[in-house]
Design a protein around this ligand. Sequence first.
Ligand SMILES: C[S@@+](CC[C@H](N)C(=O)[O-])C[C@H]1O[C@@H](n2cnc3c(N)ncnc32)[C@H](O)[C@@H]1O
Length: 422
Amino acid sequence: MDFARPHVIKQSIVSTSNIRVVNTEEPHASEDHQKAVTSREELDQMVVRASNQATRDLILASYPVELRDDRFADASLYTERSIPRKETIQVGDLVVIMESFDRLTFAYIEEKGMYSNRHGHFSHKDFIGKPFGSKVRSRNNQGYGFCFLLKPTPELWARSLTHRTQIVHELDQSQIIFQLYLRPNMTVVESGTGSGAMSHAILRTIAPHGKLHTYEFNKMRADTARNEFEKNGVSHLVTVHHRDVCAKIEAEAGFDLPPCSVDAVFLDLPEPWHAVPHAAKVLKPNARIASYSPCVEQTQRTVEAMKKAGFHSMKTMEYRLQEHYVDEIEYKSPPKAKRPKFEAHDNEARIMSASAAGSASGNGEQSDDLSDEVETGDDGELAGDEMGEGNEIKAKMVVARPFASMRGHSAFLTFATAGLHA
Ligand SMILES: C[S@@+](CC[C@H](N)C(=O)[O-])C[C@H]1O[C@@H](n2cnc3c(N)ncnc32)[C@H](O)[C@@H]1O
């Protein structure tokens, strides 16, 4: 690539990540160079090799020799970043389908697949090759039905997945990840797996070399989650354990992992206090734990168990989401004339003046004040012109309005830090 010198473009190839290689007709351009890049795939591989080389030269070279681990210079693990193939939809891809503002579903794309909803029938063929974010029209209903094809993220997945259990939603997910101090390459334990909503959020954070051990005692849920992780392309980051972490028999309970080997534990269990002592064993000193419980009684028992197991810095939180939408609205300026006299006001005025007249002082001032409030004709009505009808000015204004409902309460979240092991 050389943008400084003028050249005659003979052939140019663009990588998936929009890096362009231009083959020139310069006489000194070696044959090797001319042959070097003939396809997008080849260029993609070159981008990966170049990224690896750059990581080795610029980053790893400054590390002490014993820390120069080539595993950390493998851009093929970050294909989303170095070769963002997923910008267009391919067979086998998971696509989140936005049917309406508050209805999201999903589909795995198949060559001959069909997706149907109340808006119509959509052929997967119409999805393949389209960039994520595209709007597609139904094949029936004269194409009136449409939906949007979104690229999956843990947040969208939580809103679209098939619920097999209660799940942890985006707001709580974000706080759990934040309060557990999760970072790439960490080892994390989770129980139970449930519908795998929280697992996906953890996996994105601990990629590319991290490991999630997720424990679920319901065999069907464990198998379904394992299968889903595989289909969603994250199975290399997660091991699903079919195990009762609160089992009464000590040897069968807890997490079958070496002591002090885990960076964070997340519990979403009906009786988390039974799992807390096991978590304390596998957590590294000063590592973090979070427990998610819908009832405050569960939280109280969990905090007691945490104290007993040597955890400190306990904090219980409840998060609520108040969304606002910012929009331009059209409004009519209010009428300039005074407001008309309503029956209700008359009655009120009458009652008040009667009570004023009946009182000891009885000077009727109140009734006078009220009747002063409106200027009316004999019949007590305001004429249209006086009300300003027809003279209203329509204006536009950008406003921020809160949504009528505030989402919550989903659960209490208790966070704590593991003590130092004796
Ligand atoms: C509320 S769900 C977890 C949802 C999950 N956090 C999500 O976001 O999708 C709780 C799960 O814990 C599992 N579970 C309950 N007690 C368990 C135990 N003692 N050991 C392992 N799993 C357990 C249940 O089968 C259920 O699937």
